[in-house]
Design a protein around this ligand. Structure first.
Ligand SMILES: C=C(O[C@@H]1C=C(C(=O)O)C=C[C@H]1O)C(=O)O
Length: 445
């Protein structure tokens, strides 16, 4: 990476020190997360190393309209002067976090402690790869000797952890409150389809929130482990505010964008049906979905928008075949899209260009976002927004934070949405929202 500041312009007290060691024995991911300091980080993604982060060596926050650029600038400064011995690529320093869905976002209610952008450099990071587990200790404004002492102490601590019991299953749900009644939903969907018919909109994704009261406190380490059993091919994440109160977590099937070298991987995921009772019924539902004009149209709007947004950056773009993505509770239409970059473009620039795709926003984007703001009676917060990580080179991986919830004390707020197009039926869309709550509801009740 091209360092931005010279020795003089990069103040010494921002210097990053990072040390890594390969562990011969490591606690499993659930135990590592259960015993981590707040704010904790968890990231598990298909084809990637799994990361458990403990505490924060430094936090980058941005609250302005230029939040994507502001995070990139702060990270460039952080990474410009460093004493980094990573040992393995996967164990290099990375910033983990995300953004709010809307540019205008209020850090209130369940979203207290969530600014418009926040990324943590974990103080201690465990990286689980196919060929071993690595421990990394990061620090800013500390001398190398202290960092090395912390590394030794952390190896000892990890060796002596006795496994906390898995908390005895899901916490259970004692009460539920919907943000949206069926009557209001019908009115909102009909208003949206009327506007689509009038040519003011082409697609809008409307969401609902569901607040549940839990019978017992939620153990997020257990919850993420349960989600991993049912959704091994999804992006599982946990982000916490600085004080650790109010974790945002989920298991999402949707990649926003990944960049490694000049290769960009993204895709379109939109169009939904349920799962069958038997393999034959699954196949029948999948075939029906792929042949359904409304769902294919809804999907193609997303695929076209992703290709168009990537074009200015790409030397080449390739879209794969439309296919079925089968999950434990639903089936989606998916089109993988890959591109080769013409230049060295930071992954956050691609995140900004793509978010929100019409899979979670709509078309035209501005009109759809205004409709979402005017219609939804709750704050989306970080729901359906980009979550993930990036490194000093501007490489990274981001998912769309759907199939998610934010939990605080004995409550959790779940979110789920659906794409509304011209011939959407309010009752069917209502049922689809309920289906999309299932991954998180099943992990809680
Ligand atoms: C908005 C959500 O899902 C999105 C909407 C889909 C649809 O309308 O078919 C499918 C997958 C996601 O892109 C959600 O799960 O909350």
């Amino acid at each position: 990476m091209e360092p931005l500041g010279s020795e003089e312009t990069a103040p010494l007290d921002r210097e990053l020190t990072s040390r890594t060691i390969r562990l011969t024995a490591a606690p499993d991911q659930r135990v590592a997360l259960a015993t981590a300091e707040t704010p904790r980080t968890f990231w598990a993604a298909p084809g990637e190393a799994t990361v458990v982060g403990s505490g924060s060596a430094t936090t980058i926050r941005a609250d302005g309209r230029d939040r994507f650029q502001a995070v990139q600038d702060a990270a460039r400064e952080l990474f410009s002067a460093g004493d980094v011995h990573a040992g393995a690529l996967a164990a290099r320093p990375r910033l983990f976090g995300g953004f709010s869905f809307h540019d205008e976002h209020a850090s209130a209610g369940p979203w207290g402690g969530y600014p418009r952008a926040k990324f943590d450099l974990p103080r201690t990071q465990l990286t689980y790869t196919d060929d071993g587990t690595w421990l990394t200790v990061n620090a800013v404004d500390t001398d190398a000797e202290r960092v090395e002492r912390r590394l030794d102490a952390e190896v000892e601590r990890l060796r002596s952890i006795s496994s906390p019991d898995a908390g005895g299953g899901p916490p259970g749900i004692v009460d539920r409150t919907r943000t949206t009644s069926e009557a209001n939903w019908r009115r909102s969907v009909t208003a949206a389809t009327d506007r689509i018919a009038a040519g003011e909109l082409r697609k809008v994704v409307l969401a609902q929130a569901l607040r549940v009261t839990l019978a017992r406190p939620l153990l997020l380490s257990d919850t993420l482990s349960r989600l991993g059993e049912r959704y091994p091919d999804c992006y599982r994440f946990l982000i916490e505010p600085d004080d650790g109160a109010g974790g945002f977590f989920g298991a999402t099937p949707e990649r926003l964008v990944g960049r490694h070298g000049r290769t960009v991987e993204t895709g379109a995921l939109a169009g939904t049906t349920g799962r069958g009772e038997t393999p034959e019924e699954d196949e029948w539902l999948a075939a029906e979905l792929l042949a359904d004009e409304k769902n294919v149209h809804e999907h193609e709007l997303v695929a076209d928008a992703v290709r168009t947004q990537l074009e200015p950056y790409a030397a080449s773009i390739r879209a794969g075949e439309r296919a079925i993505r089968r999950l434990a509770t639903v089936q989606h239409i998916e089109t993988p899209i890959t591109a080769e970059l013409a230049d060295d473009v930071h992954v956050l620039e691609l995140v900004e260009a793509l978010h929100p795709t019409p899979a979670v926003g709509g078309l035209p984007p501005k009109e759809a976002l205004r409709t979402i703001r005017d219609t939804e009676p709750f704050e989306r917060g970080w729901y359906a927004a980009p979550v993930g990580w990036f490194d000093a080179a501007g490489y990274g991986s981001f998912a769309v934070a759907i199939r998610s919830a934010v939990a605080r004390d004995d409550t959790a707020t779940l979110f789920a949405g659906v794409g509304i197009v011209a011939d959407s039926d309010p009752d069917r869309e209502w049922d689809e929202v309920q289906l999309k709550y299932r991954p998180i509801l099943d992990a809680l009740e």
